[in-house]
Design a protein around this ligand. Structure first.
Ligand SMILES: Cc1cc2nc3c(=O)[nH]c(=O)nc-3n(C[C@H](O)[C@H](O)[C@H](O)COP(=O)(O)OP(=O)(O)OC[C@H]3O[C@@H](n4cnc5c(N)ncnc54)[C@H](O)[C@@H]3O)c2cc1C
Length: 432
């Protein structure tokens, strides 16, 4: 059996860190090459407003410590958290009309909508799998099966899915409706989600080389050559964890070219954008619920996140997904803040307090990321495409990262598990 001398991991996001830790723990010589000047990738906490705020991943989705490895790390580190539920109970949501009047929506109503939509989603899955979410909702509505609920209840449901998928309903496959089955509640880490990334860094700190953007990987020979500025690194196996956005942009050149199935999966997989406009005010003027939805079809934003229970300061975060998220990136910060302030003023009037500071994410422009996370694109078989993306090439070029997680993708725990999966693959192929 061939002995492996060196493994290189491209990227110090959670998947790269988890892969490197696993191999390092088993005695393999492993180095991470990271383009940015920090670790974490899309797990990124900003502290420029004086409090930790999540620019990327916000919550531990599905807080079951038995199945979610992020929860295990959280518990090992003794981190405090705030519990909520994005996918579950309506109790975590406040729905306001465009004048700021509260609209009561019951869990019962939401469950009934989900049940009726669910039946047709199951049928469509077999009869017309290319159906998108927008078509499905319109169809069920036209049948008169949703006339028993307030229009706003439907609006809340669509906003929640768009937020979870970082995409517009007409581009989302019906598969997205089945992803959260069995998921438990969500948790936001107090003090910064990036503490999870630093958990890995402790053991790997002398094995991570920052500011190392990889431009080219040549895997023609037994020894793989990895090119970065003027440096050439050599290894027997390479794990690429760069985001789907980086792969779509062809930031890294491969010699020989990647197999056709791999290139197809990169091209066809859905890739969404979710941005956040974080606003810190002089004092809080909104309610204590975790999420606020302004039921106004003209609104630029999906849901507002009340960050106060997590960061203990009057911070509210406007979320924006899909094409509007990309449009926002072409506007100046002042224009974006003004839009958000105007929407808040329409609802809260003179209660809106003085704006202290703000932070705006622009994920599709973010170097070495170029988007937010992979989505279930309508008209595509995402599970098959993700399987193709995750398949190693010539038993030496391995692929990890959230988009390679076959059953469900997008989340932090899936990214972590994909890193472990490829580390285990390498260990099986090349026992130490
Ligand atoms: C706005 C937003 C909200 C989110 N919310 C949640 C949430 O609430 N809960 C949740 O579970 N998940 C959430 N996610 C998703 C989660 O953040 C990702 O699934 C996860 O962080 C992906 O990790 P990764 O290791 O696959 O990729 P990344 O984090 O993208 O790591 C890849 C690394 O590779 C580096 N890299 C790229 N190209 C090169 C190159 N050429 N050379 C060297 N290095 C390179 C990058 O700089 C990066 O550090 C969110 C993401 C975003 C953007």
């Amino acid at each position: 059996m061939t002995k492996i001398k060196k493994v290189l991991v491209i990227g110090a996001g959670i998947s790269g860190l988890a892969a490197a830790k696993n191999l390092n723990d088993s005695g393999y010589d492993v180095t991470i090459l990271e383009a940015k000047d920090r670790i974490g990738g899309r797990l990124y906490t900003d502290r420029s407003l004086g409090v930790p705020l999540e620019v990327g991943a916000n919550w531990i989705h599905d807080n079951n410590p038995k199945t979610n490895p992020i929860m295990k790390i959280k518990e090992e580190l003794g981190l405090k958290s705030h519990q909520c539920s994005l996918a579950g109970s309506v109790a975590y949501f406040e729905v306001l009309d465009k004048e700021g009047n509260k609209i009561e929506i019951s869990n019962n109503d939401l469950e009934k909508i989900e049940f009726r939509i669910g039946i047709f989603a199951y049928l469509a899955k077999y009869l017309r799998p290319s159906t998108n979410l927008s078509e499905l909702f319109t169809f069920v509505k036209k049948l008169g099966l949703l006339s028993f609920v307030k229009e706003e209840a439907l609006f809340v449901l669509i906003q929640k899915i768009a937020l979870e998928q970082a995409e517009d309903p007409e581009k989302i496959s019906i598969e997205a409706l089945f992803e959260h089955e069995g998921f438990e509640n969500d948790e936001a880490i107090i003090g910064g989600y990036d503490q999870i990334a630093y958990y890995f860094e402790k053991e790997l700190h002398n094995k991570i080389i920052l500011n190392s953007p990889i431009e080219h990987i040549n895997y023609e020979q037994d020894t793989i050559k990895v090119f970065c500025d003027n440096e050439i690194y050599e290894a027997n196996a390479v794990i690429v964890t760069a985001s789907l956005g980086v792969l779509k942009k062809e930031v890294i050149k491969f010699t020989p070219e990647l197999p056709i199935e791999k290139k197809q999966s990169i091209k066809k997989l859905g890739w969404g954008t979710l941005n956040k406009v974080m606003l810190k005010f002089a004092h809080k003027f909104w309610s204590d619920t975790d999420f606020i939805v302004i039921a106004n079809k003209e609104s630029n934003f999906h849901a507002w996140i009340n960050e106060e229970p997590v960061c203990k300061e009057p911070v509210i975060v406007a979320t924006i997904a899909g094409k509007n998220a990309k449009k926002l990136e072409n506007k100046t910060d002042e224009e974006v803040v003004l839009t958000a302030l105007n929407e808040l003023k329409a609802v809260y009037g003179s209660k809106v307090s003085e704006l202290d500071s703000y932070y705006i994410s622009k994920w599709s422009l973010e170097p070495y990321i170029y988007g937010s996370y992979s989505t279930n694109k309508a008209g595509e078989n995402s599970q098959l495409l993700r399987k193709q993306l995750s398949t190693p090439v010539n038993s030496k070029l391995f692929f990890a990262g959230e988009a390679t997680s076959v059953k469900v993708a997008g989340y932090l725990q899936m990214a972590l598990q994909s890193g472990v999966r490829e580390a285990e693959n390498i260990k099986k192929l090349y026992p130490n």
